[in-house]
Write a protein that binds this ligand. Sequence first.
Ligand code: PNW
Length: 457
Amino acid sequence: MIMYKFPEDFCWGTATAAYQIEGAYREGRRKPSVWDTFSATSGKVLNGDTGAVACDHYHRYKADVQLMAQLGIKHYRFSIAWTRIIPDGRGTVNEEGIDFYKRLVDCLHEYGITPHATLFHWDSPQALEDLYGSWQSRQMAYDYADYVTAVVRGLGDRITHWMTLNEIPCFTHMSYDVKHKPPHAPGKQVRSRKEVWQTSHHALLAHGLGCQAIRAASPVPCQVALVDNISVTVPINESPVNVAAAKNAFHSCGQNGGIIFPALTGAYSSTMLDNLKKDAPDIQPGDLEIIHQPLDSLGLNIYTGTYVRAADNELGYEFLNFPKGYPQMHMPWLNILPESIYWGIRHISETVGRNDLPVYITESGCAAQDEVNATGEVLDTDRIMYLRQHLKSAHRAVSEGYPLKGYFLWSLMDNFEWAWGYSRRFGIVYVDYETQKRIPKASFEWYAECIRQNRVV
Ligand code: PNW
């Protein structure tokens, strides 16, 4: 394969999430999620920003879909807000909520864009946080499954690509263990590490029950996936010992052994359990069978990674710290390590996946310090360089036969970046939050050209 050509059926897309773009937080009978409450609490989100208006996508979705068409994507990943569909978290289904997503999805279809819907992207109903501490309770998994059934009953004739949960660690570990900086909503400190792991175990259970609910409610054959932000181990160089070290380190990096391992293999990694000891979550009989559902594909969100090398210690590997001054994009965690795309896909395939389980990069992108220049353009060359390196890394995975089927760039447009508010811009479309004007950045034109030519340009 010369000049980084992708297979003809490669899926090019972009991704967004409901709370980050929709706004209209009190419209259509929507009720608050934990992010509404959290961001309205002083000191929780930078500059006191909230998602109350965000990109006003709820009202401007048509113009936004037109931008997608202009970009040339055939696939769009977005999320559905639980609090629009079942405002109280459980109980009555709100048809107005279903109707909004019908309008959005019909508009996507009009432009030949396939919708990929994430059923949960961190916006837990505040009512359930108040009732039983949301993910602290097992009940959350069952209420989630009922919510999923309502969505698939309402939209299953229009949407066939479903993703259950986005990035379990980000709404469990980062939300109930505020030692993570900055914390995510609801921003609680539970009493022990065990209780933290209990929240992610409940989320895994929700994933499993959600898969079953989708398949039971869908009127047509559909595709079901989990989206995880695996922690990627990258060998410091590709000598066989370092490659083996990176592969061995994969299960004990970040939360991998306790999230993606049980979801794909039906068991927490034994090293993980050994490390956790008394902090391991309580697992009821049958839980792992529910969690271990057959999946049609796996979504990976990859932004960065960690270098690993072989070491003369008990483990045989060690994680390396980034040296002071290592290049980063506009986020303290966003160390530029493009090989992480390739290694993430390869480790999954070699450790927990099967080589026939299709993989999608469901998020890849970066924040940059974008500015509108005197002629009204945003020349984000740094983002283009970041994306180009990461797409080359994706191409390497494809060219070596790993089952990578598509790439969703995060994000279509600048949006509410959680605890960082609007101070961090990840879009390839600039959003002026005063006027809601959209300005496609230079990276938008570059990505459009990649899509047109089906290659990394
Ligand atoms: C993802 N980290 O979150 C989310 O899915 C998006 O909603 C978000 O806007 C995007 O990445 C950019 O941050 C992450 O600390 C949050 O490594 C935190 C981390 C990674 C991804």
